[in-house]
Design a protein around this ligand. Sequence first.
Ligand SMILES: [Zn+2]
Length: 279
Amino acid sequence: MPELPEVEAVVRTLRPIVQGRRIRRVHVFHLIATKPQTPTRVARQAKGSRIRIVDRKGKYLLLILDSGLLTMHFRLDGQLLWFSDFKELMERANHGKSGVHVDVALELDKGVLGFADRRHFGRVHTWKSADDCPGLSALGIDALSRDFTSRRLTGLLSASKRPLKDFLLDQSRVAGIGNIYSCESLWHAHLDPRRSANSLQPLEARRLHKAIVSVLARALECCLHPAPDFRNPEWWFQGLESILRVYSREGKPCRRCGQPVRRVEQGGRSTYYCSRCQK
Ligand SMILES: [Zn+2]
C-alpha cells in the first residue's frame, strides 16, 4: 500500500516527465475513479491546463495546474502508467484480460499519463484550489517536511490520549504514515504501540521522531532504487520487505531480542510489535 515514501518516489520520478506539459484531453474509462466527481467536472478543470508543479502532501499526489489542481490518491494499489501517445494508449489499454488496465488517462502535449487501480479504490479529482479539497485541507504536518521537527511532534503527542499506533495513523496530526511505517517506527523507537501518545517522556518523543524520519528516509531510498518504471504495467516497489524489521512478522523472532513478534488489532488494522523490547 503506497504510503508517504512510495508516493514521494512516484512524484520525484514523474516530475521531470510531466512538469511544464499541457493537458490536452482527459479520458475517464472507469467512472468510479473520479467519484464522487463527474468525469465532465474533472475534464473541465484540467483540459487545456499546464502542469506547473508536481508535488505531494501526505499520500496525495498533486498536479498544480495553471488554474486549480488535480489530485491522485492511490489507496491500496493504484499506480501510474506511461504511454508514448494516444494511439499506444488505445492499442494497449482496457482490452479484456490481455490489456493494460487504465482508469483515467491524461493526454498531454507529449505522452499520456495513465492512472490505474484494478480494485478501484484509488481516485483522481480536480479542485479550484487546495482549500476546496477536504482530504487535503484536513491533513496535518507532512512527515517529510522540514516543519516536522521533534518539538512539533512532542507537542502533538502531548495533546492526544490515543494509542501511539492510532495517533500515527491519524492523517490530521502527522500526514503520510500508514500501517507499515507506523509499526516500523515504533519498533525502532522501542515504544509499545498501545501506549497513549501523551504518556511519552520528552526523550521517548525525540526517539520516536528520529525513528520516523529514518524509517521514511530508508524506505524512500529503497523506493527510488530502482525508481518506478511507468512504462512497465507490472511495475511495483521492490525490496521493501528487506528493510522491514517487524511488520508482517508475526511469530518470527524479533530482530533485536529474539522474542516472537506479536500481532494485535488496533482500529481494525494489524499492529506488529515486540512485547519484550517495546515498552
Ligand atoms: Zn524485541
